[in-house]
Ligand binder design. Structure first.
Ligand code: NAD
Length: 477
């Protein structure tokens, strides 16, 4: 049965539909998902606009109750929804369940935050006047999400948007609508008035464009590729809207001579090729100093070769397939670029077949890389990691920072001096010490610098900045 869009409290068919295919087994069709037209997207925006004034006045308790209910149901259904996630996106089941659990925790966190929307009251510089700073909802927000975290990213946009009193038009990625639809179905039973939350599945060029261009959408929060993000940023800014963006990464991990070797190998491999390399925060550039370089490379190659690639739902699998044929082709394009620009392919890089037809590929380690190589500068979004050598700490930091992107970064070291110094000098929005660059907490700010991000941070209490607008009130008494 076709899964429908949620517009103004009604489940409505689209003008077209998309087939959701399992990348671990392309014979497995997960379902048909409605694709909305531009006109239907306008209806969803109008519904959100109509619902906005009352929702902005709703009690914090009613918002908290709704968000808590969603969190509770997500937790209770994490295994079932985790399986759906792994089926449609291709990450292994433990990661799928982990992502649903994270989404549940995000909803529970913002249920509490809805009760803590603070303002400020202070003395005026004038006699007999009191000044207040209030944080009010921005109105209708458009939320556009990518395929690689199909429930966590929607959760960390939808939950704060609702907690701070906004109404929502949500567009999940066309490639992975299943988790977005399941989340919308749960939200539809959480006690929200009609129109407060709307789901419009469909193409970026139709649904996404409509959200981006509509003067009735006060703010757009987007996660996705840099190329798509650049166009969206211009179009929202042109019409005076508010925009927040999280985009690509090419995160460096420095490995110092004094690092614990096993920790470094675990970080270098665990933070790069796992999840099929489909994480924006992956540490895809490993920068090692000479004393540890060779042992690290040997350990990384052994670890990569030992990883089991297979069907996402097979408990023995440690890496699933690429999300689709297009992503697999992109990965292979970068393999041939890396081969031709003189990087040394130490393992992997080949397509592999399994019992089920899917988009499988070997995890790949490249050595002898330089920071000028194209495959080292551009985000691949596949299971490919490049190792570079740096003469010393200062050169390693210079290489780490020499990137147009700045999402996450890391260092493996046992020296407090290097760790502390790197935390200051890194030009990324997130810095890890003796941890992979991927893997973050939900209650603290998330986001990058340079080309990786635009606007204010997501997650934690930082989300308030984007999802509210401040008002300064003066009262004479
Ligand atoms: P994408 O840019 O192709 O699509 C993202 C979303 O934008 C989808 O919902 C898509 O339908 C929509 N879209 C496409 N064209 C649009 C348009 N013209 N107007 C409005 N919306 C449009 O990205 P993707 O391939 O789904 O995701 C992978 C990318 O996401 C990678 O680059 C990855 O680094 C990035 N990502 C970043 C973060 C982060 O937090 N920094 C997290 C996850 C993924």
């Amino acid at each position: 049965m076709e899964k429908l869009n949620l517009i103004a409290g009604d489940w409505l068919p689209g003008t077209d539909w998309a087939e959701n295919i399992n990348p671990s087994d392309t014979r497995d069709v997960i379902g048909q998902y409605a694709r909305a037209s531009a006109e239907q997207t306008r209806q969803a925006i109008a519904a959100a606009k109509a619902a906005a004034p009352a929702w902005a006045q709703s009690t914090s308790q009613s918002r908290a109750d709704a968000l808590e209910a969603v969190g509770v149901e997500l937790l209770a259904r994490r295994e079932e929804l985790g399986e759906l996630l792994s089926r449609e996106e291709g990450k292994i089941l433990s990661e799928g369940i982990g992502e649903v659990t994270r989404a549940a925790h995000v909803f529970k966190f913002y249920a509490q935050e809805a009760l803590r929307i603070e303002g400020l009251s202070m003395a005026s510089i004038r006699p007999g006047v009191r000044v207040e700073v209030r944080h009010e909802p921005v109105g209708v927000v458009g939320l556009i999400t990518p395929w690689n975290y199909p429930i966590a990213i929607p959760a960390w946009k939808i939950a704060p948007a609702l907690a701070y009193g906004n109404t929502v038009v949500f567009k999940p990625a066309d490639l992975t609508p299943g988790c977005g639809w399941a989340l919308a179905e749960i939200l539809s039973r959480a006690g929200l008035p009609a129109g407060v939350f709307n789901l419009v599945m469909g193409r970026g060029s139709v649904v996404g464009e409509e959200i981006v261009r509509s003067p009735d959408v006060a703010a757009v929060s987007f996660t996705g590729s840099e190329a798509t993000g650049a166009g969206i940023r211009t179009r929202v800014a042109e019409r005076g809207g508010k925009v927040q963006q999280e985009m690509g990464g090419k995160s460096p991990l420095i490995v110092m001579d004094d690092a614990d070797l096993q920790t470094a190998i675990d970080c270098a491999i665990g933070g790069s090729v796992l999840s099929t390399g489909q994480r924006c925060t992956s540490n895809t550039r490993i920068i090692a100093t000479p004393g540890i370089h060779d042992a690290l490379v040997t350990g990384m190659v052994d670890a990569a070769r030992a990883l089991k690639v297979g069907h996402a739902l097979d408990p023995a699998s440690q890496i699933g397939p690429a999300v689709d044929d297009r992503q697999l082709k992109t990965n292979l394009k970068y393999i041939s670029i890396a081969d031709s620009e003189g990087a040394e392919r130490l393992c992997g890089g080949e397509v592999i077949t399994r019992d089920t037809p899917g988009f499988y590929m070997e995890p790949t380690v490249y050595g002898n890389c330089t920071n000028h190589m194209q495959h080292v500068r551009e985000e691949i979004f596949g299971p490919v990691v490049s190792v570079l050598k740096a003469a010393d700490y200062d050169e390693a930091v210079a290489i780490a920072n020499d990137s147009p992107l700045g999402l996450s970064s890391g260092i493996c070291t046992t020296s407090l001096k290097f760790a502390e110094d790197f935390k200051s000098r890194s030009q990324a929005g997130m810095v890890m010490v003796n941890l992979p660059t991927a893997g973050v907490d939900y209650h603290v700010p998330f986001g990058g610098r340079k080309g990786s991000s635009y606007g204010s941070r997501e997650q934690g209490r930082a989300a308030r900045e984007f999802f509210t607008t401040s008002k300064t009130a003066y009262t004479s008494f």
